[in-house]
Design a protein around this ligand. Structure first.
Ligand code: ATP
Ligand code: MG
Length: 183
C-alpha cells in the first residue's frame, strides 16, 4: 500500500483545491520556511483520524480550516482526500479487491467531521480500522517527526510496547478482543 496523492481544499494554508502527487516510493517535499510542508503531514494525520488539535499544531479542530490571509477571506470547511494504491492488497479484508482506496475527511467550522471511504460516508472507526496494524494511523510510527526518536527512547516500557505491537501487527487483534470483552 502506498500513498499516491493528497487532495487538499480549505485546509490550513491550502485554501484553493490542490493535489500533491507522490509518483514514486520516495518523494521529498521541499520549499522555504512557512510554505506548507508540515501542513501536508498534518493533513495525512488528520485524515487518518487524528482527534487532538494539539497534535496538528492548533488550539481547536477548526484551526485546520483556512482562516484567511492578507487578501483572502476565511473559508467554512476543510477537506482532504488521501488516495492509496492498494494493488498489492496491503489493505486486506473486504477492501482487498480495491486497487485504489480514497479516504476523505471534511470538517466545518462547528467542528463537525465527516469521513468518506471511496466516496461513501463512513465512521471514523471504519478509517482507523483499515489502518490498524498497517503501521499507518494517526499516532503510528509511519510518521516520524521532530522529537519522536527521543520520545521513543525515553518512553516507558508500556508506551514502547504500543509501538512494538503495532509493528508486529497484533494491535488490531488486541483492539478486536477489547471490543468483544466490552460487549
Ligand atoms: P518550516 O520550514 O518552517 O517547517 P513549513 O513549510 O513546514 O515551514 P508549515 O508549518 O507547513 O510550513 O506552514 C505554516 C504556514 O501555514 C504559516 O504561514 C501559517 O500561517 C499557515 N497556516 C497554518 N494554519 C493556517 C490556517 N488555518 N489558515 C491559514 N493559514 C494557515
Ligand atoms: Mg515544518
Amino acid at each position: 500500500m502506498r500513498l499516491k496523492s493528497i487532495k487538499l481544499a480549505g485546509f490550513k494554508s491550502f485554501v484553493d483545491p490542490t493535489a500533491v502527487h507522490f509518483p514514486s516510493n520516495m518523494s521529498a517535499v521541499v520549499g522555504p520556511n512557512g510554505c506548507g510542508k508540515s501542513n501536508i503531514i498534518d493533513a495525512v494525520r488528520w485524515v487518518m483520524g487524528e482527534s487532538s488539535a494539539k497534535n496538528l499544531r492548533g488550539e481547536s479542530m477548526a484551526d485546520v480550516i483556512f482562516n484567511g490571509s492578507g487578501n483572502r477571506q476565511p473559508v467554512g470547511q476543510a477537506s482532504i482526500e488521501l488516495v492509496f494504491d492498494n494493488s498489492d492488497g496491503g489493505v486486506g479484508g473486504e477492501y482487498a479487491s480495491y486497487a485504489e482506496i480514497g479516504i476523505r475527511r471534511q470538517v466545518t467550522r462547528d467542528g463537525q467531521s465527516e469521513y468518506f471511504l471511496n466516496g461513501t460516508k463512513c465512521r471514523r472507526r471504519d478509517i482507523t480500522d483499515i489502518f490498524l496494524g498497517t503501521g499507518l494511523g494517526p499516532r503510528s510510527y509511519a510518521i516520524i517527526e521532530q522529537g519522536m526518536i527521543s520520545r521513543l527512547i525515553e518512553s516507558k516500557p508500556e508506551e514502547l510496547r504500543v509501538f512494538i505491537e503495532e509493528a508486529a501487527g497484533i494491535s488490531k487483534y488486541k483492539e478486536r478482543r477489547r471490543e468483544t470483552e466490552s460487549r
